[in-house]
Design a protein around this ligand. Structure first.
Ligand SMILES: CC(C)(COP(=O)(O)OP(=O)(O)OC[C@H]1O[C@@H](n2cnc3c(N)ncnc32)[C@H](O)[C@@H]1OP(=O)(O)O)[C@@H](O)C(=O)NCCC(=O)NCCS
Length: 387
């Protein structure tokens, strides 16, 4: 007899790949990108520098950074046909479903899509990283009845992203906050979406297929979708005087509070600590402190009563809210950043590939025998009905 308690449910604790890109130390709350502590990088290295680190394993020299930044800037524009696809979505579409579908379509417009050399894959990684922000910004404008704006080559990745959404020069504070948020979300070892990307890549499916799998996986509320849900919760609570009742009601109903808990971090999530400080500074500089103060109250209650720590999504929701970004763009912005890590993992998988094909413990029935339909007796309470 197997002991049920010993089975790793949800692959918890299972080492499913070797990777040099990143590691997460759950007990000490450390996150390393190629050996650099993310606390050392955030606020000091730009997103483009982190992209170089994740793809090449080294922080870039000035010349390397200029070449990669230029490659990204030159790849930002979308073909007209892709803009037409974005226009075809109803305005009520979820930005994550638009992103998933449009990224899938991008392979048809990439002449290198069917080439698999490392250089061809690097060029695909550049295009995907450059174009995902353009897709998100174009949909945001189109659903609000505006035309997409052309990307600007003179702006950095984060600043250009804000510019493409707003159509106006972004402030330095907003550009810096977005850049740091992108750095903090860029990579996180074998999280669910990265694992999905590696499983797809391991079949030797092309990079666009792997990234489409990753985007679908990121959209779930237990993963990237938690940042949007965290803000919705804060808006629903509405005021500091209602925080305690809300949290206690959630405990009583055994409801999970979005933005808390983590599979690997048992104590501090270092990204949450950094985003907490950013949210504090932004809320003070804008004078809009209500949501931030409510968030801190929930954090203290969760720690005191459940010993569950905040994760990155709690305070990224605060930062994006204070930057005036609509909640349903929070998860797409996660993808704008995580594409750097996904593509790094896909290339690492291709470079040392073996099909990922685990086994399932079979818990279904055995030894059944076919019964012709005329003789079958079934539970007709279970009859399909279309919604
Ligand atoms: C991230 C997450 C999916 C990790 O899941 P996991 O490793 O499978 O952990 P579990 O869901 O088994 O949680 C372990 C315990 O902590 C509790 N817990 C975990 N996260 C919680 C949360 N956000 N709110 C309330 N309780 C929580 C669970 O209820 C469970 O308690 P129990 O042992 O009494 O049943 C989970 O913490 C969660 O759903 N968080 C909310 C969504 C979120 O913020 N996701 C973004 C992650 S970066």
């Amino acid at each position: 007899m197997t002991d049920d308690k010993k089975k790793p449910s949800g692959l918890e604790g299972v080492v499913a790949a070797s990777s040099a890109i990143c590691t997460v130390e759950g007990e000490t709350g450390k996150l390393l990108y190629y050996g650099y502590d993310v606390r050392d990088l955030a606020g000091r290295a730009s997103f483009e520098e982190i992209v170089h680190l994740l793809w090449y394993g080294e922080l870039p020299t000035r010349r390397q950074l200029a070449a990669l930044s230029e490659g990204l800037a030159m790849s930002r524009a979308l073909p007209d046909e892709v803009i037409a696809i974005i226009r075809a979505f109803p305005e009520y579409s979820q930005p994550m479903e638009v992103l998933r579908t449009v990224v899938s379509s991008l392979s048809a417009f990439d002449r290198n899509a069917c080439y698999y050399s490392h250089h061809a894959n690097m060029c695909k990684a550049v295009r995907l990283t450059a174009q995902i922000p353009t897709v998100v910004a174009a949909f945001q404008r189109i659903r609000n009845g505006k035309d997409p704006v052309q990307p600007r080559n003179d702006l950095g990745h984060a600043a250009n992203f804000i510019y493409m959404m707003d159509g106006q020069d972004p402030s330095e504070v907003a550009s810096k906050a977005m850049d740091t948020a992108l750095v903090l979300h860029a990579e996180h070892e074998l999280n669910a979406s990265t694992f999905a990307a590696r499983v797809s890549a391991a079949t030797l499916a092309d990079m666009y297929s792997a990234i489409t799998s990753a985007i679908g996986t990121l959209s779930g509320p237990l993963h990237g979708g938690a940042n949007e849900q965290a803000l919705e919760m804060l808006l629903e609570i509405g005021g500091k005087d209602k925080v305690e009742d809300y949290v206690h009601a959630a405990f009583a109903e055994k409801k999970k509070i979005p933005g808390f808990g983590h599979r690997v971090y048992r104590n501090e999530d270092p990204r949450a600590t950094f985003m907490h400080q950013m949210a504090k500074e932004l809320s003070q500089s804008t004078g809009n402190t209500k949501i931030f103060e409510m968030t801190e109250m929930i954090e203290q209650l969760m720690l005191k009563e459940k010993n569950i720590h905040a994760n990155v999504d709690l305070y990224s929701a605060n930062v994006y809210y204070l930057l005036g970004i609509p909640p349903d763009l929070f998860t797409p912005i996660f993808a704008v950043s995580r594409i750097a890590g996904w593509t790094a993992h896909v290339m690492e998988q291709y470079n040392n590939n073996r099909l990922i094909r685990p086994r399932a413990e079979y818990i279904g029935p055995w030894d059944r025998h076919f019964v012709p339909i005329e003789e079958r007796v079934g539970d007709e309470a279970q009859v399909f009905e279309m919604m």
